[in-house]
Write a protein that binds this ligand. Structure first.
Ligand code: GDP
Length: 138
């Protein structure tokens, strides 16, 4: 079983989409193995998106990610990383496949409702960024 890290970003929480997003995960065979609501400060958001530190949108992205509460989840299932990425849709919602979370609900390339790990290494790092062993179901 593979695990991946998902975030319902501040725009998703503000739009009242927590239930809708989790329903999509669960109805496509992804199990919730951990879940909590958090509010990141600017430094915590910067740490999470450290790989994007050199990007032009880094400051704006980390402002956005620290602008309100997020829901962070660990999703578990066969091919969970790829399955989650498919359910999310492309980063740019205008290019996301119809029926994906981002195509249905995103409002800009930045405010795109969800985050999902993009590979096994990233998933391990990102899960460890938010969860300790006691918070993850066995
Ligand atoms: P993801 O893996 O699909 O989330 O995409 P990336 O890892 O490339 O980017 C991380 C996040 O940065 C995205 O989900 C967006 O919230 C934001 N982002 C990506 N590209 C842009 C951009 O060109 N402009 C802005 N403002 N934000 C962006």
């Amino acid at each position: 079983m593979e695990r991946t890290l998902s975030i319902i970003k501040p725009d998703g929480v503000a739009k009242g989409l927590i239930g809708e997003v989790i329903k999509r995960f669960e109805s496509h065979g992804l199990k919730v193995a951990a879940l909590k609501m958090i509010s990141m400060n600017k430094k915590q958001a910067e740490g999470f998106y450290d790989v994007h530190r050199q990007k032009s949108f880094f400051n704006s992205l980390t402002d956005f990610m620290s602008s309100g509460p997020c829901v962070v989840l660990i999703l578990e299932g066969e091919g969970a990383i790829e399955k989650n990425r498919q359910l999310m849709g492309a980063t740019d919602y205008t290019k996301a496949d119809p029926g994906t979370i981002r195509a249905d609900f995103a409002s800009s390339i930045e405010q795109n409702i969800v985050h999902g790990s993009d590979g096994p290494e990233t998933a391990r790092y990102e899960i460890g960024y938010f969860f300790n062993a006691l918070e993850i179901v066995r």
